[in-house]
Ligand binder design. Structure first.
Ligand code: GDP
Length: 462
C-alpha cells in the first residue's frame, strides 16, 4: 500500500465524499473546468495529498479550503471533500447510477456566457429535474467578454466589481439571460451571492475555467450545498459490504479484463466475493486486486498501479478479477461478504430491471453502449412519439439489421446506434436490405438525424 493512499479502513459512521458530475453543451468548457479543478488541486495539495483516482478526481476539504482561501473554513464542514467524475457530459451522468438513482449526488451545469443556452444545456436540465439532483450553474468564459481584465486569483465578485462599467453591464446582461432561461425551464435562479436557500434556488457562478477566476467560488458553493442538503445521504456504513458502479470495462496488461469503478457505499476489500451486472446474467467472481494509479509525484513511464487492500466510499478504483469479460459499463457491483450470494444476485438483477425500456410491435431498432444510455434514448424517443421495436446493449450486428428489415413501415427500417460500433457485416447487410443506420454519441443529434430522415421519406412519398 502506498503512503499516499487515503483508503485505509475507515471508522464507523463516516460521511462519504459527495460525487459531482459536470454537464453542459459541447464546447462550453466542461473538460477545461475539470482540468482547472484538478490542476489547482495538484498545485495546492501538499506532496502526496493528491492521489490520482480511477475515473474521478478527489479534492479533499483542506485542499478546497486552500484553493478557496477565506471562502471556506474547514471547521464549518464535516464532509471530507468532493469527488468529481472525470468524464463530463450528461451521457455519463445518465448512464452512471447508484441504488438511489444517479451516481452523482450533485452537478455543475456549464454554460458559455457568450453562447447561452443550447440543446444539450436543456437536455442536462431535463435530466437533473428528472433525477432531482441539486446543481449549480457555472456561467463560463467570462474572460472572453471584450475588455475583461483577468486577475485569476480574486473572488469573482471582486473581479466583476473591478471591471469597467461597460464590461460589468455586458456581463450582467448575459448572466440575466441565463437566469431568465433557467426560469423558462422552471428553475428559480439568481447570482449565487444572492441565493440564500440553494435547495429551491439555483445559484449561478460566473467564472472562467481558463483563468481560474470564480473557480474557488464554485467549489465553495458546491461544498456549502453538499453540507447543507446532502449530509444525511452521505452517511455510509463503512464496515458494510461495498456497492459501486462500473464506469468502464478495460483490458489491463497483466490483469486481463478489469473494471474501472466508483464505490459509493461501504467498502470493497481484496478477496471479496462480488456480483457484477453482465451482458447476459450477473457475474459472480472474487476480487483479485484493487488498483490505484501511482501517485503523481512518481515518474511514470506507462500506466502503473499500486495495489490497495481496501477501498471505502466514495472513491474510484480499478478492480481486477477473473471472468469480467461480459461485465457492462453502467452496471452495479455488489460485495457479497456475509450475505447469501443468491440475495445479492437478485439485488443486482432488480437494479438492472429498474432500467426500463419499453418496446412496441412496430418501430425502430436501438443499440446503445450501456443500459442507462439505452434508457435515456428510449425516453427521448418516447417523448418524440417514435416507437421502438427492439432495444439492446451492444454493437450493431447483422441480426439487428435483419430484425430492423422486418419493420412494416419504411421509416422504421432504421437502427439508432448510440456510442457503439457497427460491425462490417452489419453495414454490408444494411446496404443490401435498405436499412438505415444512424450513429452518434449525442442523443439529440441522433434523434434529430433520424427525424430529418423521416421527413425526407415523407416528402418523397407526397
Ligand atoms: P467541453 O466540450 O464542454 O468539454 O469544452 P472544453 O473544455 O473542451 O472547451 C471548449 C473550448 O473552449 C476549448 O477551446 C477551451 O479552451 C475553451 N474554453 C473553455 N473554458 C474557457 C474559458 O473559461 N475561457 C476561454 N476563453 N475559453 C475557454
Amino acid at each position: 500500500m502506498s503512503d499516499s493512499d487515503a483508503s485505509a479502513e475507515p471508522t464507523a459512521g463516516q460521511l462519504r465524499t459527495p460525487i459531482v458530475a459536470v454537464l453542459g453543451h459541447v464546447d462550453h468548457g466542461k473538460t477545461t473546468l475539470l482540468d482547472t479543478i484538478r490542476g489547482s488541486a495538484v498545485t495546492e495539495g501538499e506532496a502526496g495529498a493528491i492521489t490520482q483516482h480511477i475515473g474521478s478526481t478527489a479534492v479533499p476539504l483542506d485542499v478546497i479550503s486552500d484553493i478557496a482561501g477565506k471562502l471556506v473554513d474547514p471547521d464549518d464542514f464535516d464532509l471530507p471533500g468532493l469527488l468529481f467524475i472525470d468524464t463530463p457530459g450528461h451521457h455519463s451522468f445518465s448512464t452512471l447510477r447508484s441504488r438511489g438513482g444517479a451516481l452523482a449526488d450533485i452537478a455543475i451545469v456549464v454554460v458559455d456566457v457568450t453562447d447561452g443556452f443550447q440543446p444539450q444545456t436543456i437536455e442536462a436540465l431535463d435530466i437533473l429535474r428528472r433525477t432531482q439532483t441539486p446543481f449549480v450553474v457555472a456561467a463560463n468564459k467570462v474572460d472572453t467578454l471584450p475588455g475583461w481584465n483577468p486577475d485569476g486569483t480574486e473572488p469573482i465578485q471582486t473581479a466583476i466589481d473591478r471591471q469597467s462599467d461597460r464590461v460589468e453591464s455586458d456581463l450582467n446582461e448575459r448572466l440575466y439571460e441565463i437566469i431568465g432561461e433557467l426560469s423558462d425551464e422552471g428553475f428559480s435562479a439568481d447570482m449565487y451571492w444572492r441565493v440564500q436557500n440553494f435547495q429551491n434556488n439555483i445559484g449561478v457562478v460566473p467564472l472562467s475555467a481558463m483563468t481560474g477566476e470564480g473557480v474557488p467560488d464554485l467549489l465553495t458553493v458546491l461544498m456549502g450545498l453538499s453540507q447543507r442538503f446532502l449530509k444525511a445521504e452521505m452517511s455510509i456504513d463503512v464496515g458494510g459490504p461495498g456497492a459501486g458502479t462500473v464506469l468502464e470495462v478495460t483490458e489491463e496488461r497483466g490483469f486481463g479484463t478489469t473494471l474501472d469503478a466508483i464505490v459509493y457505499d461501504g467498502t470493497v476489500r481484496e478477496d471479496d466475493r462480488i456480483v457484477v451486472g453482465g451482458v447476459n446474467e450477473p457475474i459472480v467472481t472474487e476480487v483479485r486486486a484493487l488498483l490505484k494509479p501511482k501517485p503523481l509525484s512518481e515518474i511514470r513511464t506507462e500506466k502503473e498501479f499500486d495495489t490497495v487492500e481496501t477501498v471505502a466510499a466514495a472513491d474510484g478504483v480499478k478492480i481486477a478479477a477473473p471472468d469480467l469479460d461480459d461485465a457492462m459499463a453502467g452496471a452495479p457491483i455488489r460485495v457479497v461478504r456475509d450475505r447469501d450470494v443468491e440475495d445479492v444476485i437478485e439485488e443486482v438483477q432488480a437494479e438492472l430491471a429498474e432500467i426500463e425500456v419499453g418496446t412496441d410491435e412496430e418501430g425502430v431498432t436501438v443499440k446503445a453502449d450501456t443500459l442507462g444510455s439505452l434508457e435515456a434514448i428510449s425516453g427521448t424517443l418516447e417523448d418524440e412519439e417514435i416507437p421502438i421495436m427492439h432495444a439492446e446493449v451492444g454493437d450493431v450486428a447483422p441480426r439487428d439489421v435483419r430484425m430492423a428489415a422486418t419493420a412494416d413501415d419504411s421509416t422504421h427500417q432504421a437502427i439508432l446506434a448510440f456510442g457503439v460500433d457497427v460491425l462490417d457485416d452489419a453495414r454490408r447487410l444494411a446496404e443490401q436490405e435498405d436499412v438505415d443506420i444512424f450513429e452518434d454519441d449525442v442523443i439529440y443529434q441522433l434523434v434529430e438525424d433520424y427525424d430529418e430522415h423521416v421527413t425526407a421519406i415523407e416528402e418523397a412519398q407526397q
